[in-house]
Ligand binder design. Structure first.
Ligand SMILES: Nc1ncnc2c1ncn2[C@@H]1O[C@H](COP(=O)(O)OP(=O)(O)OP(=O)(O)O)[C@@H](O)[C@H]1O
Length: 264
């Protein structure tokens, strides 16, 4: 379980995120939505312990993450940033193996877990490739495999947390669908996913819960059906439009009004 209590975050002496309260149970997924500059990445950086909050607490499996030994934290949650800098030109295999550094295990064991993830995410063909020669979308698929591999253990991914910052930004439409299929499987096995997404309709289709941020404040948080409303989305993004439940679909979608209608 992930619990966030009254979390506020300052950056350069300015309050960027205020009083966030949310929770995520094993098996659940949540998207953080909001306009550019709303504070989504800042919130994610505090949840990953990269940034110290000004107020509030973040509790993972009943323990405050700020009192947790680093190895426990590293094996309990993994973070996929928007862009990972390349320090060395690893092969994909070498790069993925870095994810196991926090597990005190023989290399043979690391290789077994790696094979499991690589086969599940259909990445076998990339293993011998140099990371620097991959396309943006291919690289993003490898980064996703890396976070999955980091938290995997004998109990699979039960109770483990993935924190993802725009994980589909470079993926084509087929790869996006596959990505959400994998994410769904991760949650079915008791994993938790908290992700920043820019595509609000993708979030409404694939996530269980949404956290809407408006200028660093929590505008709404809860199940998609409750939170993904025309008024919330209009307010959150300052755009005219309407939420519609299309027949034959079990999720809502937001359609903006024609641009000339908005201007008029
Ligand atoms: N290092 C920093 N120093 C000063 N201000 C910062 C710093 N990092 C972020 N900010 C400010 O914090 C606010 C929130 O930034 P953040 O990156 O969290 O937004 P976001 O919702 O992720 O935006 P986007 O959708 O554009 O990625 C912005 O106004 C940004 O200018």
């Amino acid at each position: 379980m992930l619990e966030i209590y009254s979390l506020s975050i300052d950056v350069a002496d300015r309050r960027i995120v205020s009083t966030i309260n949310a929770s995520l149970a094993p098996g659940q997924s949540m998207a953080i939505l909001g306009a550019n500059g709303a504070g989504k990445s800042t919130l994610l950086s505090a949840l990953s312990k990269e940034r110290m909050p000004a107020k509030g607490s973040i509790v993972l499996k009943g323990k405050n993450i700020h009192g947790m030994p680093l190895r426990t934290l590293a094996t309990s949650r993994a973070v996929m940033q928007q862009q990972q800098p390349l320090s060395f030109d690893f092969t994909v295999l070498e790069y993925l193996l870095l994810a196991r550094a926090c597990h005190n295990e023989p290399k043979q064991q690391s290789m077994l877990f790696l094979s499991q993830v690589v086969s599940e995410l259909h990445l076998s063909d990339f293993l011998e490739c140099q990371l620097s020669r991959l396309s943006g979308g291919e690289r993003q698929r490898i980064e996703f495999a890396k976070v999955w591999l980091q938290v995997l253990d004998e109990n699979d991914v039960n109770g483990k947390l993935l924190l993802l910052d725009e994980p589909t930004s470079a993926l084509d439409i087929r790869q996006q669908r596959l990505f959400f299929k994998h994410l769904h499987r991760f949650c079915q096995r008791g994993g938790m996913v908290l992700t920043v997404l820019h595509d609000i309709n993708q979030a409404a289709q694939h996530m269980d819960h949404l956290l809407l941020l408006l200028k660093g404040n929590q505008l709404a948080c809860g199940p998609v059906a409750k939170v993904f409303t025309s008024s919330n989305i209009q307010r959150c993004f300052n755009v005219d439009g309407q939420v519609t439940w299309l027949s034959g679909h079990r999720f809502p979608q937001f359609f903006t009004h024609a641009i000339n209608q908005e201007i008029a």
